[in-house]
Ligand binder design. Structure first.
Ligand code: C5P
Length: 390
C-alpha cells in the first residue's frame, strides 16, 4: 500500500484538507497527517486521526517511548508528501532547509515526490520573496499546485486560495502513477461540437465530454504533456492539462491540425457533428407559418484526415453505432486508418454519454475485445495502455 503524508500548516483553508485526507483514503492509500502547531487551532489532530487511524503528528518529540525516530521513519515510508495548505511562512522554511517541527523536519528528511499547495493573501503570494522561495523549491523538483483566484478569507480578491480538493487529489495520484507516458505528447478531443444556425440556435449532440476529460487526466497522470481540444462542456478544466476550448467542428479541426505534427498519440473522443448549416444567419431567424428547412453541408472528418496524414502518431478513434455495431465499427477502424477504435455500446446498461461508467469493445488490427463495465476513469487507463501497445 502506498503512503501519502499530508502536511497541514495554519491557514483558514485547513478544513479542505479533511476532505483531501478522506478522498485519498477512499483511493485505498495509507495517509499520515502532520500538522504545524498553529494548524491545530483550525482542525484538531483528533479529527484527522479519526479518519487515518494513525496518530496525527505535531511535535517532533511528542512520543519518545518507542524510541523510533519518527520523522525519519515517516519520511522513509512516504511515497508522496503534500503540504496543503502551505503558508508563506512554511514555504519560506522549506525553501531554506529550516527543520524546527515535525512537518519541516520530515519534509527535509523525505526523498519521495513532494508537492506544495500554497494558500495565502495575494500580496504575500505575489511578494518576490515568496516567489523566489517557490522558484527555489521548484528547482529542487518540488511540484506546486497553483492557488486559485477568488475572494480570500481576509476580504481581498485575488490569487492565493488553496486549489480545489479535486486538483490536490489529482496531483497526489499523478505523482503515484508509473510514468509510462513521460516525455510523450498526447492530443485528446472531447465533448460535442456546436454548429451555429443563427446567433442563438445551434445543432449539437448529447456528448458530456466526461470520457475525453477522464482520458486527458489519465494521460497527464501517466506523465504525458497533454493538449485537450474540447467542445462546449460543463466540466472543469483538468489540472495540468493545456485545454483549448472550441465550439464548431471547423474550429476543432484547426486546433487539432495545429498540434498534430508534434504529438505521439491522438485520442479522438469528441462527438464531432458530421454536418453544419451551410449559411449561418447573422440575425435570429424569424419564424413564419410555413415549414422551414436548413441546408446542411459536410464537416471535415477530422479522424479520417489524421489517419491519412499520420507519420509517427498512434491514433485512437471512437464509434457509437446503433446497428451492426461490430461490423460498422470495424469498417470505420480500417476506413479511418486508426490504430485503435473504441466502440461504445449505446444500449448496454452503464454505457453512453452522461454517466460515469462505460461499456466498450476495443478494436485493433488483431482482434476485438469486449470489456466489462468500468468507470470512465479506469477505462481511460485501459485505452491509453492499449494505444501504447498497438
Ligand atoms: O464516423 P463517425 O462519426 O461515427 O466516427 C466517430 C469517430 O470519428 C470519433 O472518433 C470522432 O471523434 C471522429 N469524427 C471526426 N470528425 C467528424 C466526425 C467524427 O473526427 N466529422
Amino acid at each position: 500500500m502506498k503512503t501519502v503524508i499530508v502536511g497541514i500548516s495554519s491557514s483558514v483553508a485547513a478544513f479542505k484538507s479533511v476532505q483531501l485526507v478522506s478522498d485519498l483514503l477512499k483511493e485505498g492509500l495509507d495517509v499520515e497527517v502532520i500538522e504545524t502547531k498553529n494548524a491545530t487551532e483550525f482542525v484538531t489532530p483528533l479529527q484527522f486521526s479519526s479518519l487515518t487511524k494513525h496518530k496525527t503528528y505535531v511535535n517532533t518529540f511528542d512520543r519518545v517511548e518507542n524510541y523510533d525516530v519518527e520523522h525519519i521513519s515517516l519520511a522513509k515510508k512516504a511515497d508522496v508528501f503534500i503540504v496543503a495548505p502551505a503558508t508563506a511562512n512554511v514555504i519560506a522554511k522549506l525553501a531554506n532547509g529550516i527543520a524546527e517541527d515535525m512537518l519541516t523536519t520530515t519534509f527535509l528528511a523525505c526523498d519521495c515526490e513532494k508537492i506544495i499547495a500554497p494558500a495565502m493573501n495575494t500580496k504575500m503570494y505575489e511578494n518576490p520573496i515568496t516567489q523566489e522561495n517557490i522558484e527555489k523549491l521548484k528547482k529542487y523538483g518540488v511540484k506546486f499546485v497553483e492557488p486559485a483566484t477568488g475572494l480570500l478569507a481576509c476580504g481581498d480578491e485575488g490569487k492565493g486560495k488553496l486549489a480545489s480538493v479535486d486538483d490536490l487529489k489529482e496531483a497526489v495520484l499523478s505523482s503515484l502513477r508509473e510514468k509510462k507516458l513521460a516525455g510523450r505528447k498526447v492530443l485528446i478531443t472531447a465533448g460535442p461540437t456546436m454548429e451555429a444556425i443563427d446567433p442563438v440556435r445551434f445543432i449539437s449532440n448529447h456528448s458530456s465530454g466526461k470520457q475525453g476529460y477522464a482520458l486527458a487526466k489519465a494521460a497527464k497522470n501517466l506523465g504525458a504533456e497533454v493538449t485537450l481540444v474540447s467542445g462546449p462542456v460543463s466540466i472543469k478544466e483538468p489540472y495540468g492539462v493545456n485545454t483549448i476550448k472550441v465550439k464548431s467542428a471547423l474550429e476543432m479541426f484547426e486546433e487539432v491540425k495545429k498540434h498534430f505534427d508534434e504529438v505521439d498519440y491522438v485520442v479522438m473522443s469528441a462527438a464531432v457533428a458530421d454536418y453544419r448549416p451551410k449559411n449561418v444567419a447573422s440575425q435570429k431567424l424569424k419564424k413564419s407559418d410555413d415549414d422551414m428547412s436548413i441546408e446542411l453541408v459536410r464537416n471535415p472528418d477530422i479522424l479520417k484526415y489524421l489517419g491519412e496524414h499520420k507519420t509517427k502518431q498512434k491514433i485512437c478513434g471512437f464509434a457509437m453505432e446503433t446497428e451492426n455495431q461490430l461490423e460498422n465499427a470495424t469498417k470505420k477502424f480500417f476506413g479511418k486508418n486508426c490504430d485503435l477504435l473504441v466502440l461504445n455500446d449505446l444500449f448496454e446498461k452503464g454505457a453512453g454519454f452522461k454517466g460515469d461508467t462505460n461499456v466498450v469493445t476495443l478494436i485493433t488490427k488483431e482482434n476485438n475485445e469486449k470489456l466489462e463495465m468500468m468507470s470512465k476513469e479506469e477505462l481511460s487507463y485501459v485505452i491509453l495502455n492499449k494505444l501504447m501497445e498497438v
